[in-house]
Ligand binder design. Structure first.
Ligand SMILES: C[S@@+](CC[C@H](N)C(=O)[O-])C[C@H]1O[C@@H](n2cnc3c(N)ncnc32)[C@H](O)[C@@H]1O
Length: 285
């Protein structure tokens, strides 16, 4: 048997198992799990040594767990956001590719600002804060999170970074009060799903408080818009990820909180997913 034939056969069988279990990207997941077991990037799978008996057993076990809809990122222990990879598992929200739109908006907003001060509200694993710091090593980045389990993951992910992690409630009127009117950019990917909305089985593994936010999904974004306006200097920028059904409501919340130039950014499929705005300048006396 050729060196990669076992792997090819096992990956094909795993993809069938995952498809039957309703996994959205069965072939990719099968390849990623095989690559993980073999300790190679997915792009090098065809060049990797074949699966031996022990590796085959480990792959079977991971495929069984993935078919039971454990998130792929929990199985491999990491999730990627733009240029960074963070450790994830039970107790913390798994960063999603969708949030790269927010990261792109953040980096664009900082383009002309030297040594910017940035606040990431609702940081979860710390992925977005770390990605901003990686893109802009001259930035002073603060990351705010309230949930103790998520904070433990963020602490681990930010251990070697300069990001300052703050345990606080982003809806409280005094969070980071010492920084009022000094921040250049506030970014946030808060919970925004209306309570009771059916979600994928994988989303069910995210902490409830990371996903759901009250009957209309806006229980965190509503006060967060006020917090962002308080923290930002006049002319500073805000960018908030939201559900595609909330575009108009979030723009209204930003306007009501004191933002101008509010606009929605759409993802590659045209769905509105990020609202951005500028902290209004004080009106002339
Ligand atoms: C959707 S997750 C996003 C995590 C991360 N920013 C990302 O993009 O992967 C939302 C996070 O907000 C946190 N959170 C929810 N309500 C909060 C609040 N009132 N204050 C601070 N953090 C909060 C949750 O614990 C969760 O970690």
């Amino acid at each position: 048997m050729g060196t990669t034939r076992v792997t090819r056969t096992r990956v094909a069988a795993a993809a069938v198992t995952l498809a039957e279990a309703g996994v959205g990207s069965p072939r990719v997941d099968a390849e990623l799990l095989a690559a993980y077991v073999l300790g190679v990037p997915r792009t090098r799978l065809v060049l990797a040594p074949d699966l031996d008996d022990e590796a085959s057993r480990r792959l079977d076990e991971l495929v069984r767990r993935r078919a039971a809809r454990e998130p792929l990122q929990h199985l491999v222990g990491t999730a990627v956001l733009g240029p960074v990879s963070v450790a994830v598992g039970p107790g913390v929200f798994v960063p999603r590719p969708e949030t790269e739109l927010l990261l792109t908006e953040a980096v664009a907003a900082l383009r002309a600002i030297p040594e910017p001060r940035v606040v990431d509200l609702c940081t979860g694993s710390g992925a977005l804060a770390l990605a901003v710091e990686t893109a802009r090593p001259d930035a002073e980045v603060h990351a705010v999170e309230a949930d103790p389990a998520a904070l433990a993951w963020a602490r681990r992910n930010l251990a070697d970074a300069r990001v300052r992690l703050v345990a606080a409630d982003v809806t409280a009127p005094d969070t980071l009060a010492a920084m009022d009117r000094t921040v250049d950019l506030v970014v946030a990917n808060p919970p925004y799903v209306p309570v009771g909305t059916p979600v994928d089985e994988e989303v069910d593994r995210d902490p409830v408080g990371a996903v759901f936010a009250g009957p209309d999904g806006l229980d965190v974004i509503r006060p967060l818009a006020v917090t962002a306006a308080r923290l930002l200097r006049p002319g500073g920028r805000v960018a908030v990820e939201h559900d595609e059904s909330h575009a108009d409501e979030v723009l209204t919340l930003l306007r009501d909180a004191g933002f101008t130039d509010v606009a929605t950014r759409a993802d590659l499929t045209g769905r509105p997913r990020v609202a951005a705005g500028t902290r209004a300048l004080p009106s002339a006396p």
